[in-house]
Design a protein around this ligand. Sequence first.
Ligand code: SF4
Length: 469
Amino acid sequence: MRTDRFVSETELIKQRAIASDLALEIRPRGLRFFVETFGCQMNVRDSETVKGWLAEIGYTEAENKESADFILFNTCCVRDHAEKRLMGNIGALKDRKDADPGVIIGICGCMMQQEGMAKKLLKRFPHVSMIFGTNVLYRFPEMLRDVLNGERIAVTDRADDAIAEGLPKLRDNQRSAFVNIMYGCDNYCSYCIVPYVRGHERSRKPEDIRSEMVALAENGITEITLLGQNVNSYGNDGSTGMHFAQLLRYVSDVPGLKRIRFMSSHPKDLNEDVMQAIASLPNVCHHVHLPVQSGNDEILRRMNRKYTREHYCSIISRLRELVPDIEFTTDIIVGFPGETDEAFRDTMSLVEEIGYAAAFTFAYSPRQGTVAARMEDQVPESVKKERLKALNELQTRKTVENNEKYIGHTGEVLVEGFDERGEETMLYGKYQNFKMVYFPGCRELLNRYVTVKVTQSNKNSLLGEMIDA
Ligand code: SF4
């Protein structure tokens, strides 16, 4: 097992040397890659690293799978059906491989770290030649070299989870970026597979995080989301000399950085110091994604969430007191084993009471290997479905109510994209507190900050007009 916290510089130099050797062979051949990413922002960020390596190795990005010589699926195992979907995607590429044996098909991501998965896929899909997990991205050049030499590989070492700094990245987005501050999770919520597949918590050094942010800001990025499974426990192992609130203060003055976001937060670790940092640092956004999962204390206990409804609500009230325009979003699971009608009603009353801007709602589905999957009192699918429907109806009503508050509101929006609607170009973007607004404008404003006044609200979004570009 690797005992050092960081991948050595010698190792990285070795990988970079392999990458440049491969580039001599790959670049003249004009080969192209396509990476398809499933799941959360962590996976999006990991895909940027793989794409960065591929670019360094001489590949260029293809628009679709059909025109790519290297096809990679970056998988997620958190949600149900992901495996079925992946199997479908991989199966569909068999004919392509038969017609063009030179094409390389690979699979990576946290699903590959599930017990026995890599072996199963290699056996079932002979046209797949490369499988790797989340902790070995730094070894990508070496792995690809072996595959180009005709090997079929599966590298999913769980123990090999040291932090690798300075890996290449290829980012699509010119205005916003994700920056990992930590990896893994130590919480072992009873329904969640992440700690088993992404390993224990490891925090990056503050100075490495800051220099990555400085480099991004120098390249025009103005909005950065700090990522971790539980950002509030950053540095809790004492390895960084800073906790999360201190880190926020340490990076908040990066020149050119207008917005700092973070996700996800665990309610048990969101303390007064973090709340004060959110309230006092001008570029820390007034939005917290605070997964509650259930409004019932017994279910929270069975989920191993380590907080009560009362504690959760006290965080919300305190933050609202300190930061009046703050918005909250959340994740909720319905139909967790043992959830009675009464327990579900507690979740409904919590959603009614808090008034989230948005909620990501899920019917519980067992993940193999977790404690909850072995619980006896599983809730019937039909009940889960009914509860999910009721919860979604309630949240839709709460979103409408939340949107209505914004009529007449004026603030700065970062333009993220546009839709052509007949003659008109509708731009969309977010206020700093994560509220999305649509407004007429021209595409040249993409990635810029403009001032928008909300004129109308509807079910899912706000409509406005630009006051100042
Ligand atoms: S905090 Fe809980 S839900 Fe989130 S990744 Fe860790 S174990 Fe999973």
